[in-house]
Design a protein around this ligand. Sequence first.
Ligand SMILES: C[S@@+](CC[C@H](N)C(=O)[O-])C[C@H]1O[C@@H](n2cnc3c(N)ncnc32)[C@H](O)[C@@H]1O
Length: 224
Amino acid sequence: MNNRLLTIAGLIEKDVVVADVGTDHAHLAIYLLKNGLANKVIASDVKAGPLAAARRNIADCALEHKIELRLADGLTPYRPAEVDVFVIAGMGGHTIADILAADIELARAARYLILQPMQNRPFLRRWLYQNGFSISVEQIAREGTKFYNIIKAVDKVATLPDEFDLAVAVNPLKDANYYAYIEHLVDVKQALAEHLSAANKIVECEKINTELVRLKGVSDVRDR
Ligand SMILES: C[S@@+](CC[C@H](N)C(=O)[O-])C[C@H]1O[C@@H](n2cnc3c(N)ncnc32)[C@H](O)[C@@H]1O
């Protein structure tokens, strides 16, 4: 199991029924059951090919009695109150928001959502707050030079976080991965600021420099 999926698993409380939406290979579902982290998983995928791979992997581990597979789009294969947690991981932020929006009452009925957007993370954070959800914690998973934000969201209306938090992370768990992620963003933004400055794009450059001040502030707090 990679660190991304391990971090997702770590955010799931014990004794739950988990929906793994877009399961693909079913690695997460298998890990949760092998390690006693869930009572049952209902894993779904919109495509037959991934679901066939999931079926083979589940059979190899003799977990057919604990992992149910369903071929369908988004949350449509789930009935109200059937699961405690929806996991939607490894897709773009817009796709995740579309899946939630299409069956929002089902999403609200879950105890919480674990979301791991590959792209458009700020968009998804904002969408959650604008649609009556809030982020209780975000944890960063690291695989080499790649960083993944794992978002735990609950059905709770709250004030929209500020632009910096929407861009970087809301209520992050401030562990070593988080600070490594901040340092990575500093490097990326510094290179971008230099590029914009060389291209004489003053307004854009100032915006990036403002973000850099906040990012460096986070690093400084840790160093103190
Ligand atoms: C990149 S894989 C991620 C697999 C796994 N969730 C993970 O994080 O490792 C994305 C999977 O989501 C499925 N998928 C994409 N859109 C979907 C949708 N609307 N409903 C259900 N599954 C979807 C794809 O078929 C694919 O198998």
